[in-house]
Design a protein around this ligand. Structure first.
Ligand SMILES: [Zn+2]
Length: 141
């Protein structure tokens, strides 16, 4: 056992309902599903945050999630839409500190959703967008 529940699942030391596995990623049922069919896709190499994972692995997680989303839609489980969601950091809602991409079946009236802050409807002036964009652009490399 490690101090990471997801690494324990990868090692087969904690039970999980595994749906998919390859050399890079594994996907299993979330034990606390938002809706039935809620899956998690994780890298097999431990990465706490997005920044700890290489881009190829991230791209692979997304590719697996796309295939799982299509399978969920065909499965007969109630699914009128899919959310792909990844929380990077506690403040973003991350609770298990091993990168995981949620595949969440959604349907009308399921009660789940994003909650927007009080200023969400106020559109910032273009200058604010330009300034924030310039700061981000300067950090791309
Ligand atoms: Zn881990």
């Amino acid at each position: 056992m490690t101090d990471c529940i997801f690494c324990d699942i990868i090692a087969g030391q904690t039970p999980a309902t595994v749906i998919y596995e390859d050399e890079v990623a594994i996907a299993f049922m979330d034990i606390q599903p938002i809706n039935p069919g809620h899956l998690l896709v994780i890298p097999k190499v431990h990465a706490t945050y997005l920044a700890d994972m290489d881009e190829a692995t991230g791209a692979h997680l997304f590719a697996v999630a796309m295939r799982l989303a299509a399978a969920v839609r065909r499965s007969g489980l109630r699914c009128e839409g899919i959310d792909l969601f990844l929380a990077d950091g506690a403040e973003a809602g991350q609770e298990i500190f091993h990168v995981h991409l949620h595949v969440i079946p959604r349907f009308q009236g399921d009660g789940f959703g994003f909650r927007f802050g009080p200023n969400y409807r106020i559109r910032p002036p273009r200058a604010d967008l330009d300034q924030a964009g310039a700061r981000i652009r300067a950090e791309l490399n």
